[in-house]
Design a protein. Structure first.
Length: 202
């Protein structure tokens, strides 16, 4: 199968498993898994892709966006993060505690910074705000921050945790937070903010 076809399959998997599984009538469990046998009968996949195609895309994805597991003798697949489906529970992620040996960084762009500086980070239509465990290019960072990000917001994890903000780690090492009761991480939790040219903004 061509790389373009694999790319289309990866994008379709992301779209369905993160956002549209329920709308498509698929049975998605609280950890975000859908059985492959059911997925491949959906009109977006039927007669277009095989189990082997999906296995290949899961293995080859450089950002580790998907995970396969055995579910009562059947293969099931999930998106590792990025969900907006309410049925997917926070239980599928590992809680983060204090005194971590890594930074927690959100990447964004200059056009968004003034609004974020005033109002904080919002999860918007997703279930969580996304962070990485370092900067783009760091060996530990596969996903969670765009390589072309212009502004890097470092979170004061210990303060945020002390005041009730929860953080979790996904299967592909992305740090996720639902924010406060309004889905926001306020600017008071920003430890520092820098640019991609090492200028300090905050």
């Amino acid at each position: 199968m061509s790389s373009n076809t694999d790319l289309r399959l990866s994008k379709t998997l992301s779209y369905v498993l993160r956002h549209k599984a329920t709308d498509e009538g698929l049975n998605i469990d609280k950890k975000g898994y859908v059985k492959l046998s059911e997925l491949l009968q959906n009109h977006l996949f039927r007669n277009k892709y095989t189990v082997e195609d999906i296995k290949r895309v899961v293995v080859d994805n450089d950002k580790q966006r998907f995970n396969l597991k055995d579910c009562n003798g059947e293969l099931a697949i999930c998106a590792t993060q990025g969900h907006s489906i309410s049925a997917v529970s926070i239980e599928c992620f590992t809680p983060i505690k204090t005194n971590q040996p890594f930074d927690i960084i959100h990447g964004t762009y200059f056009k968004n910074w003034l609004n974020i500086k005033e109002k904080g980070l919002s999860r918007m239509s997703r279930n969580h705000i996304h962070f990485a465990k370092g900067l783009p290019g760091d060996p530990a960072v596969n996903s969670g921050i765009r390589r072309n990000a212009q502004v890097f917001i470092y979170v004061n994890l210990d303060l945020a945790l002390a005041e009730g903000i929860k953080f979790y780690e996904s299967l592909n090492a992305v740090i996720l937070s639902p924010g406060d009761e309004n889905g926001i991480i306020l600017p008071k939790y920003f430890l520092k903010v820098t640019t991609n040219t090492h200028q300090k903004l905050m």
